[in-house]
Write a protein that binds this ligand. Sequence first.
Ligand code: KG4
Ligand code: ZN
Length: 335
Amino acid sequence: MRILAIESSCDDTAAAVLSGRTVLSSVVASQDDVHKRFGGVVPELASRSHIRNVVPVIEDALARAQVTLADIEAIAATYGPGLVGSLLVGLSMAKAMAFARRLPFVGVNHLEGHLLSVQIEGSPTPFPYVALLVSGGHTSLYHAEEWGRYRLLGATRDDAAGEAFDKVAKTMGLGYPGGRVVDELARNGNPSAIRFPRARLKPQRGPERFDFSFSGLKTAVWQYVREHPLDSAAAAADVAASFQEAVVDMLLDTTFAAAHAVQCSRIVIAGGVSANSRLRHRAQEAAAEFAMAMSIPPLRYCTDNAAMIALAAAPRLERGESDPLSLNALADLEL
Ligand code: KG4
Ligand code: ZN
């Protein structure tokens, strides 16, 4: 089945064409240049950029897949969670196309897309797995028991890890989006130069939870930078590397503890921050040490894309299921 999917939950406009589970094309139009001078995503500007980008991005995805709209058999789109104005652009476009072409339509949860992004290319990752979903808006752990069955094991109690990267980059005057810049700068730094705090959260009572907290670390970096001016490239690189090391320690410690608790020997890391080179390296090292299987998607499927949205929709469409065209965008949609 040929599926056209659209993703517009935050600041990337994306479209993809899949034939079954094979990606024929995956196009992403970034809005980084629009939001850069504000140091973060401005929702109203994001919606307007999606409106400008959505048709060219879809046309590009069709052209690269060497198909026309007449070859498409089903349409999928992200309907939450995300910025409601952004979501509405891709979702309305998808519903309009499904209506006009009389095609089945399926709405996809963005988080499920990320959890399945590891299945897009290469050999499939068998269920069950513990998935760390770590992006600009989310830092959560799920037990992915099977396709469509995900149990939340824990989540951040304050900032998402990607948000911490973006805010630290802003504190250090590195620009936006921060994750990639900090990652690059940290390559020349010493990760043990500064001992930033690592939050370890233990539940007081009730079932065991595997939560995260990054606001203390973010504040510690802010304080450090205030007291120690970044007067050389080496000093900045050490701060970036030391901050990044603290994030990676917290992410991996909690993820491995959760996998141990649910007796799962397979871990998946997905979402924008899974593009981080230090996280990818240390995750593979830790997996080898503890004899666990570790899957992280290729870089282009770590950050937001529509291939993962098409993939999440595929089994439902293949079963003949669809969603009504009255499906609305839900900013706080949970998994
Ligand atoms: O998944 P994503 O594209 O969008 C959301 O759904 O949030 O993730 C974007 C986040 C941003 O916070 C960005 O700074 C972070 O992922 N990011 C990185 C890297 N590349 C992107 N963080 C750390 N290291 C990277 N290489
Ligand atoms: Zn995302």
